[in-house]
Design a protein around this ligand. Structure first.
Ligand code: HEM
Length: 73
């Protein structure tokens, strides 16, 4: 099944993630996450973000699948 931002990706970003990053981009905005998708994926994959604990690899892989599937809304 095709992944969508609304159903699969946006719920991965907590209120606190969004607030911490609002100065750079809005993690609850599909346009912003599309625009910064590769840098967002890169920091998650190397465990640099979120600053209070890395995502498990399956979660980062889900973001990768969404990007590679055309980053659907
Ligand atoms: C899933 C959650 C998050 C994602 C995807 C994310 C993503 C990013 C990205 C892509 C950058 C830019 C890195 C670069 O320039 O190489 C960044 C910077 C940063 N993030 Fe996050 N972030 C998340 C959560 C958080 C949280 C929870 C905090 C802290 C409470 C935080 C604090 C910061 C800080 C302090 C910077 C550096 C800003 C600067 O260089 O001026 N982030 N983040």
């Amino acid at each position: 099944m095709e992944l969508s931002f609304a159903a699969d990706i946006r719920p991965l970003f907590r209120d606190r993630d969004r607030n911490a990053m609002l100065g750079m981009f809005d993690l609850w905005s599909v346009d912003d996450v599309r625009e910064h998708a590769e840098s967002i994926h890169a920091v998650l994959a190397r465990g640099a973000m979120p600053c209070d604990g890395a995502w498990p690899p399956e979660r980062t892989a889900l973001l990768r699948r969404w990007i590679d599937g055309g980053a659907q809304a």
